[in-house]
Write a protein that binds this ligand. Structure first.
Ligand code: SAH
Length: 266
């Protein structure tokens, strides 16, 4: 006897809704308010709801409301902040979406792998951000530096820049598929559930930069390239809060010794 077809079983049910609620979409410096509305609609259709706007040029705006259609709840709940670092301060995984492969010292993921990593991280209780840049100029290099990895939609290499809301749609769809899929997903990263929140890592990097100056590590060269490589190294290791405290203790002593040496010399 054949089992009766059960149409409802054809539609897989998404992972725990709490997992989706840990994934936020961050739009940086959006120029056209219509794109903010379209992005809200794009993420709501895929079961996501958290929109963070970093210094939008025009918001709130009737074009955003118009394009959001039925996603006005997502728009109404959108959080506005001044800088990307504030938007991702509590995140354990920050993925920056970019239309071009730039010479940033960042691992590059395709959207499917990125979405799988987002699921693994969010399921382990970590906050995750997918970050999108400005329509005209994308994300600045300094903003990409705040990300753990870059995500590139492998579009036509001769015409690779998608409309902002279209790019959001592609990523949100991949996140949806990852959440609907089997629990064993092809994530390249183990969950970084023990990893320190982003703000702690940034505090460490700031002190590291100060310390390198204090010990004259750069010797007249610009610090950018060394800092990029060091950031990449430490981001890859997924430092936890205790390890950051230890490293900051080491830096504090190096800074103290540099001050003493300066006093002796002076
Ligand atoms: N001229 C800009 C394009 C910005 S498009 C540039 O070269 O960077 C606006 C945003 O949409 C981008 O910052 C990025 O977040 C996203 N986006 C557009 N096309 C993309 C692609 N192929 N892969 C990943 N993100 C993309």
């Amino acid at each position: 006897m054949q089992a009766p077809l059960n149409p409802s079983s054809d539609t897989p049910s998404p992972a725990d809704p709490a997992t989706a609620s840990r994934i936020r979409i961050v739009l940086v410096g959006t120029q056209h308010p219509g794109n903010i509305g379209s992005a809200a609609r794009a993420i709501k259709t895929m079961g996501l709801s958290r929109l963070v706007l970093v210094a939008p040029q025009k918001f709130p705006h009737n074009e955003a409301d118009m394009m959001a259609a039925g996603a006005d709840d997502v728009l109404a709940a959108a959080v506005e902040v001044d800088a990307l670092a504030d938007a991702v301060a509590d995140c354990r995984l920050v993925l920056g979406c970019t239309a071009r492969s730039r010479r940033v010292q960042l691992r590059e993921l395709d959207p499917r792998t990125a979405a799988a990593s987002a699921r693994v991280e969010a399921e382990a209780g970590g906050e995750v951000a997918l970050v999108f840049g400005r329509e005209r100029t994308g994300l600045e290099n300094a903003e990409l530096q705040l990300c753990h990895a870059a995500v590139h939609i492998p579009a036509n290499p001769d015409y690779s820049s998608l409309n902002l809301a279209a790019a959001v749609q592609v990523l949100a769809y991949e996140v949806r598929m990852a959440l609907l899929g089997a629990a064993t997903v092809a994530a390249t990263t183990a969950p970084m559930a023990d990893a320190a929140p982003h703000a702690e890592l940034e505090g460490f990097f700031a002190q590291l930069a100060d310390t390198l100056d204090a010990i004259d590590f750069h010797k007249g060269r610009t610090p950018d390239s060394a800092m990029r490589k060091l950031r990449r190294l430490f981001v890859r290791t997924g430092l936890d809060s205790q390890e950051i405290r230890l490293l900051r203790g080491v830096l504090a002593d190096a800074q103290r010794m540099a001050r003493l040496a300066g006093r002796d010399a002076g």
